[in-house]
Design a binder for this molecule. Structure first.
Ligand code: AMP
Length: 567
């Protein structure tokens, strides 16, 4: 099937998608449409956002839906409100000429009463986030008895967001006779487990995933120590003018920290992460879509809801654990036939992780050196001309009589002078800056505790920029004994540090209080490291849930406490 007109889809659907400009099916649509139309097996489809997967499952289902019945026949579960709205909007567009088909989106952060009212319309299609669907099940507002199709969209994300229990409840609340389609960008153990338990002999297809890394994306990596990471990031941004990019971080706190750093340095940047309210997230996304900001610093999960096709760069400020997430992140650029660049900042001790990403994804990631001030000025000059030749702005007008006699200058002299004005601040910033010392990947991998301890030590000693000598203590703990990673312990990132007058004894006290509910046993406490703005501590894994539950409602010297698992 090379054209939609060659498919067996009904004329109403063909008319609607024709108006939307869809002529040929995408790869995933070529595979799923005939399958769903003719097969009764469950399906696992490995596909990323942007491959056309919404149409891939919804077009054949719309073709088969019973318009005369007003019971729910299709339930689509997805991780975020944004995705939920996007999918329901797409389905509404595809079913524009199917007058009796109704679609309702249900998601958290919005009035449940309004949603219950809209369910009175008796939609045949529900698109929802797992949490809100469970709330509605509990209120007996949803009747799942006639469900034919259940779609788990971005299953990996739903699981990594902690929706495991909700998914399992919904999967077991829906009729056994349903056909389940699981879509996921990555296939990890959790997704495999859900598939094994809830899907029956699924047919598998894979599109645009790891085996099909986009060829139009250039991959680069830059080795830089922790202390210089933000400065290196600044240089990468400066050396790539006119960029429209997403910077990926691992934790919410890191995301906020990096965004704050960029904003303080005058960049049009902002943060997108789960600690923001829904309204704040909407505002940031809107600003980014409208290009009021051109750099978005985001966690993997928060960036999911965002659908932009014109990113020039993706920057991995921190590497993800899962190589497929690396591919997925990078695939946010190089869309719609454009070229893209993916740049990763790699700490010297992350060689094993890089190796793993390279070997699993088969991506050729090329090592580059952090740009010098001179490289940056060159790139900026190029950027000015690129803008000059491609964008013609007429924001204000002025009379030519205001231009004095310039005949004593050559064209080049004039351009030189104007560029001096334009790039003055940047040139002054880099004038006295040393180049960032070239670093090499270390052949040995550290675990986090050692690395963080080295980092703390370097800070305390005010060690120079290149972390020289940082290798000396590697692999030893403070007493000089070889250090072993303890699998029974979990490490937390804690939002308070020396600046909050936090001492080790305070941390012990906080941990004891937060885990006091478990009267049988006290939590074993491992390393505690108090840094300037935040800290790390380790406790026994079995106390993790209790600690996380309690700590967010505790205060230290009037300040809210927040902990999250460090990676
Ligand atoms: P999705 O992966 O479902 O988020 O779709 C990505 C984008 O591709 C959406 O903007 C869709 O409207 C668009 N799209 C999906 N299928 C096609 C198609 N066959 N032809 C053109 N555009 C499509």
């Amino acid at each position: 099937m090379n054209l939609f007109t060659e498919s067996n889809l009904s004329p109403d659907i063909l008319k609607a998608i024709g108006e939307m400009g869809y002529e040929s099916p995408t790869e995933i649509q070529k595979q799923t449409i005939p399958f769903i139309l003719s097969d009764i097996r469950d399906l696992i489809a490995l596909a990323q956002t942007g491959t056309g997967k919404t149409a891939a499952f919804s077009l054949p289902i719309l073709d088969m839906i019973d318009e005369t019945s007003r019971k729910i026949q299709l339930l689509v579960l997805c991780p975020t409100r944004e995705l939920c709205l996007q999918i329901s909007k797409d389905i509404k567009n595809y079913s524009k000429y199917m007058q009796n088909v109704k679609t309702t989106a249900v998601y958290g952060g919005s009035s449940i009463m309004d949603q219950i009212r809209s369910l009175k319309d008796k939609p045949q299609i529900i698109v929802g986030t797992p949490g809100r669907v469970i709330d509605l099940i509990n209120r007996k507002a949803l009747d799942f008895s006639a469900i034919h199709w259940l779609v788990l969209d971005e299953a990996d994300e739903m699981l990594s967001m902690g929706f495991k229990d909700e998914l399992e409840t919904i999967l077991s609340e829906t009729p056994e006779t349903k056909q389940t389609f699981l879509f996921s960008a990555t296939m990890n153990k959790e997704v495999e487990r859900i598939s094994k338990n809830y899907l029956t002999k699924p047919h598998r297809i894979s599109v645009g995933s790891i085996n099909e890394v986009k060829k139009n994306i250039k991959h680069e990596y830059y080795v830089v120590g922790y202390r210089n990471k933000k400065e290196a990031l600044k240089r990468l941004i400066d050396a790539n003018p006119n960029q429209y990019s997403i910077i990926f971080c691992r934790t919410r706190m890191e995301t906020q920290e990096v965004a704050d750093f960029l904003m303080q340095n005058g960049y049009a940047a902002d943060a997108l992460h789960g600690d923001l309210s829904q309204a704040q997230r909407d505002t940031v996304m809107k600003k980014f879509r409208l290009k009021n900001i051109d750099i978005l610093v985001a966690t993997d999960v928060a960036a999911r809801g965002l659908d932009v096709n014109s990113l020039t760069h993706v920057i991995h400020y921190s590497l993800p654990d899962d190589p497929e997430v690396f591919v997925h992140r990078s695939g946010r650029t190089g869309r719609a036939g454009k070229d893209g660049i993916s740049m990763a900042l790699i700490k010297p001790e992350e060689s094993r992780k890089l190796k793993q990403i390279r070997s699993t994804t088969k991506i050729d990631i090329v090592e580059k050196t952090i740009p010098t001030g001179e490289d940056i000025i060159k790139a900026q000059v190029g950027g000015v001309f690129e803008k000059l030749l491609t964008e013609h702005e007429d924001i204000f007008t002025f009379d030519d009589s205001l231009i004095p006699d310039l005949s004593n200058f050559t064209k080049e002299e004039l351009v030189h002078q104007l560029l001096q004005f334009q790039l003055k601040d940047l040139a002054l910033y880099y004038k006295d800056k040393h180049d960032l010392m070239e670093q090499k990947l270390s052949s040995r991998d550290d675990d986090y505790s050692r690395r963080d301890r080295g980092r703390d030590r370097d800070r305390d000693r005010g060690r120079d920029r290149d972390n020289r000598g940082g290798d000396r203590d590697r692999g030893r703990d403070r007493g000089g004994k070889p250090r072993r990673k303890n699998e029974d312990m979990v490490r937390f990132f804690f939002n308070l540090g020396k600046k909050d007058q936090l001492k080790k004894l305070d941390v012990l006290d906080i941990i004891n209080k937060a885990t006091a509910g478990n009267s049988k046993k006290r939590a074993e406490i491992g390393d505690i490291e108090i840094l300037e703005k935040f800290s790390f501590f380790e406790i026994e894994k079995s106390f993790k849930g209790e600690l996380l539950n309690n700590i967010s409602s505790m205060k230290f010297r009037g300040k809210d406490m927040r902990a999250e698992e460090a990676n």
